[in-house]
Design a protein around this ligand. Structure first.
Ligand SMILES: Cc1cc2nc3c(=O)[nH]c(=O)nc-3n(C[C@H](O)[C@H](O)[C@H](O)COP(=O)(O)OP(=O)(O)OC[C@H]3O[C@@H](n4cnc5c(N)ncnc54)[C@H](O)[C@@H]3O)c2cc1C
Length: 323
């Protein structure tokens, strides 16, 4: 290859940013295409007009591998902090619970500095031409051809982008993901309840945590995030948003013993592909040409760290190719 290989990364979540950053350290210049307005994917924080904030996706992450630990340590205390929930204790298992500041995507925004990230750019399809891959965006074909394409969208979306590869289709079909309805709730007064984290406090709620108790969040507000149980989320995936909101607010208030409390703000977000239930068990996938990669948490497991390791592994392989 006489020119620098042209590389497209689809998705600016943990896997996409890990991959693009590593490629950049190898002297390559990937372009990252992200359909949302911002960076982070499922590492997400909602900010409201009244300045409330809610981490409605990933709640925290751990760093068990040397690679992820090194990356996290380099981010520094301004963007990463340990979360020790009041009345918790479970944080001691498997290492510190880590959160990013000021929102869950803070460290990814920092890591993406200097990368060519094109937000609000949805890739609709990937097409093979003689001299490379062409990406098609909303209603328009891109001008550029790419030698490598790395897809980091959740497995079902990666499947839709790669119909040209029977191998990818077959392997991606083995990855199973569960949806999650997330509730964001702000109360006027603190609940009587002691702990900041409640696991499966009711059959329909799998996780309920005091968002305002996390480091770097405004403790003047009384904000909570609930994640509906995966089975409940699946059964009610297409339910009207208002009905989901009513059900989850009622359930969460009951869990907090705050049935009579004044609700200052409430909203729900539907994560259609939230958590990996059955991962692939390999760090990444490659199509039959060896030039389209799929990586992300679906490859290694349901965690931020797995997404990081998957993105890193794909980049390392590209870096080792004779280009
Ligand atoms: C409710 C919830 C709770 C969770 N809790 C935890 C937790 O406590 N701890 C933990 O470690 N993990 C948790 N996770 C999982 C964790 O968030 C993920 O494992 C990790 O963030 C996945 O990163 P990723 O880069 O693989 O995928 P994503 O973050 O999904 O990134 C993929 C990106 O691709 C973009 N994209 C998709 N399709 C296209 C397209 N066609 N064109 C352009 N861009 C596209 C998306 O917008 C997205 O930004 C949770 C997830 C959810 C949803």
């Amino acid at each position: 290859m006489e020119h620098l290989p042209r590389i497209a990364v689809i998705g600016a979540g943990m896997a996409g940013i890990a991959c693009a950053r590593h490629l950049q350290t190898l002297g390559l210049r990937p372009i990252v295409f992200e359909k949302s307005r911002g960076i982070g994917g499922r590492l997400a924080t909602r900010r409201t007009a009244s300045s409330l904030s809610f981490d409605h996706g990933a709640q925290y992450f751990t760093a068990k591998s040397a690679e992820f630990r090194t990356f996290i340590d380099a981010c520094g205390p301004e963007t990463i902090s340990a979360w020790r929930p009041r009345g918790g204790g479970e944080h001691a298992l498997g290492g510190d619970w880590l959160v990013s500041l000021p929102g869950m995507n803070g460290f990814l925004k920092q890591a993406a500095e200097g990368l060519d990230v094109r937000t609000e750019t949805t890739v609709r399809s990937i097409e093979r031409f003689k001299d490379g891959w062409r990406l098609d965006f909303d209603g328009s074909a891109g001008d550029d051809l790419f030698d490598f394409v790395i897809v980091t969208a959740p497995a079902p979306q990666a499947t839709a982008l790669t119909p040209f590869s029977p191998h990818l289709q077959k392997s991606l079909a083995s990855i199973r993901m569960a949806p999650c309805w997330a509730l964001m709730l702000a109360l006027k007064t603190s609940p009587e309840i002691g702990p900041d984290v409640l696991r499966q406090p009711s059959p329909d709620i799998a996780w309920l945590a005091r968002n305002s108790g996390k480091p770097g969040r405004s403790c003047a507000d009384e904000t909570w995030v609930a994640h509906a149980d995966p089975a409940w989320s699946q059964d009610n995936l297409e339910l009207e948003k208002d009905a989901v909101l009513l059900h989850l607010v009622t359930a969460a208030l009951a869990c907090l013993g705050s049935e009579g409390s004044e609700v200052m703000y409430s909203d729900v977000h539907r994560w259609r592909f939230a958590k990996v239930e059955q991962p692939l068990g390999e760090p990444f996938l490659r199509d039959e040409t060896g030039t389209v990669f799929v990586c992300g948490d679906g490859c290694l497991g349901p965690r931020v760290e797995s997404a990081y390791l998957s993105g890193l592994a794909a980049a390392a392989v590209i870096g080792r190719l004779e280009l």
